[in-house]
Design a protein around this ligand. Structure first.
Ligand SMILES: Nc1nc2c(c(=O)[nH]1)N[C@H]1C(S)=C(S)[C@@H](COP(=O)(O)OP(=O)(O)OC[C@H]3O[C@@H](n4cnc5c(N)ncnc54)[C@H](O)[C@@H]3O)O[C@H]1N2
Ligand code: MOO
Length: 447
């Protein structure tokens, strides 16, 4: 796909999924690219947020850091010593000592010297600073300075020595750091020196999570066909770890009206739904999106697990002026939902926040330890742990299982057809510290 093409994305070749629905799945890498484009579209027009320096650590600059002042802001003494004018010896002006933080009280005339401290503004007329240890004072007796204290240099004095000229580091308006720079402690220090009280950072994307399904319990043990909601507890913290501001996690029954009201009434930049993406009797996501006038950008992805995942643009048309909002529909099977999160939600959020340059998860190539079975046509995402520079595929990687990913520190991207031992695979990181310790039970795959 040409990424410059206007959205929505052209769907893939129509085929029958066996579910009675046309299969318009997008290839996995393309789906991620579409999600990045969607996030970037939504970012356009969003004003950056000014946050106090103390709250900006770890965020990225939403605008270039331009110097608000010359640095240093005035000619500054680099040493404790004497500000001298003209060639020595110099008559010491007792009224003229200059301390850091104070304006010069006296301006030395040619042949004069005043005391000066490191960091103090150098008085006009100063030709050099002579360090304390490079000069000595004596009672004068020359015609020029009869009775005054005289200062003599103990070594050659070079004009301009130990003076940091105004603007030596930067001039007001200079670009100190580009947009997208991560705010480190050193960046905070530079920003403060350059005159900033606040830094421009991208506003955090607001996300609302809608968990669908009449069969879900929020407490206790499964019973009578009811199961625990595994996605409500998982998605909020996961999306928060990706930098989102999670407004709410709401549980909604298999009720199309309730879902329609929740989707159309949400003020979030991104609505994430779970379940209801397939073609079952109570799978309402497609119908609700249709009724809400949404544009499907991705309707199914050639990835296992998670192929019914979808991405839609809500509300404003591409040419409209209102805020651009999106919906990511995650499949209900829990590992399929995680797959959808990494495939669609993470790249969209990263682009929306303006952090990172690519997909939102800079995959690293890692050789896989064991053979991994592949899907004949689709990409597979398989939980792995990294051990000794290798990615070890984990068992319990079926779409309905979280046991594998809970022990993993990444998801390996297995191309159609599978991977042989030693083959290098992209591994997508999970947004929390890598697992340590023994590799959990591995071996057979489950579906
Ligand atoms: N006839 C077909 N049936 C299905 C297909 C298909 O192509 N044809 N695809 C299957 C695949 S693959 C997936 S994935 C699921 C996607 O289904 P939905 O997104 O519509 O999700 P549900 O039907 O609502 O639920 C699926 C499954 O997941 C459980 N679930 C749902 N929410 C949660 C939750 N919050 N916590 C834990 N478990 C949850 C739900 O009970 C179901 O077991 O469709 C297949 N079917
Ligand atoms: O795509 Mo489904 O996620 O295989 O279970």
């Amino acid at each position: 796909m040409n990424l410059k093409d206007p959205l929505p994305v052209a769907p893939g070749t129509a085929a029958d999924t066996g579910a009675g629905q046309p299969h318009r799945a997008t290839a996995w890498p393309e789906a991620r690219a579409v999600a990045v484009r969607a996030g970037a579209d939504a970012r356009a027009g969003r004003a950056p947020l000014g946050v106090p320096l103390g709250q900006a650590l770890g965020q990225v600059l939403a605008e270039p850091l331009l110097a608000l002042t010359d640095l240093p802001p005035f000619d500054t003494s680099a040493m404790d010593g004497w500000a001298v004018a003209g060639p020595g010896p110099w008559a010491v002006r007792e009224d003229g000592a200059v301390l850091a933080g104070h304006a010069p009280a006296a301006v030395p005339a040619a042949g004069e010297a005043v005391r000066i401290a490191t960091g103090a503004p150098v008085p006009a007329g100063t030709t050099a600073v002579v360090r304390t240890e490079h000069a000595r004072t004596e009672q004068g007796g020359t015609a020029a300075a009869s009775g005054a204290t005289l200062l003599r240099a103990l070594r050659e004095v070079v004009p301009g020595q130990d003076i940091r000229p105004r603007g030596q580091e930067c001039r007001s308006g200079d670009e100190l750091l580009p947009r997208g720079t991560r705010v480190t402690p050193a960046v905070l220090g530079l920003a403060a020196a350059a005159g900033y009280d606040e830094l421009p950072v991208p506003s955090r994307p607001r996300v609302e999570i809608l968990v669908l399904g009449d069969e879900l319990l929020t407490a206790g043990l499964p019973h009578d066909g009811l199961i625990r909601d595994a996605l409500g507890p998982m998605l909020g913290p996961w999306l928060t770890a990706l930098g989102a501001d999670v407004l709410a996690t709401r549980r909604i029954g298999d009720d199309a009206e309730e879902l329609y009201a929740a989707v159309t009434g949400s003020g979030a930049d991104l609505v994430v739904t779970t379940g209801g993406t397939a073609a079952g009797p109570v799978d309402h996501v497609h119908g609700v999106l249709d009724r809400a006038g949404a544009t499907l950008l991705v309707d199914g992805v050639k990835v296992r697990p998670g192929h019914p995942m979808l991405l839609a643009r809500l509300g404003a048309e591409p040419t409209g002026t209102g805020p651009v909002r999106h919906l990511v529909g995650l499949p209900g099977n829990p590992l399929a939902a995680a797959s959808g999160l990494l495939t669609l939600a993470e790249p969209l959020l990263t682009a929306l926040a303006g952090s990172g340059s690519g997909s939102g998860n800079e995959a690293a190539l890692v050789p896989v330890q064991d053979e991994v079975h592949g899907h004949p046509h689709d990409t597979r995402l398989v939980p792995v742990v990294r051990r000794g520079g290798r990615a070890v595929p984990l068992r319990y990687n079926g779409p309905a299982m979280l046991r594998g990913i809970a022990a993993a520190d990444g998801l390996a991207v297995v191309p159609p057809g599978g991977a042989r031992p030693g083959q290098e695979l992209d591994v997508l990181d999970l947004p929390w510290p890598a697992a340590e310790g023994a590799v959990p039970a591995q071996g057979a795959c489950f579906t």
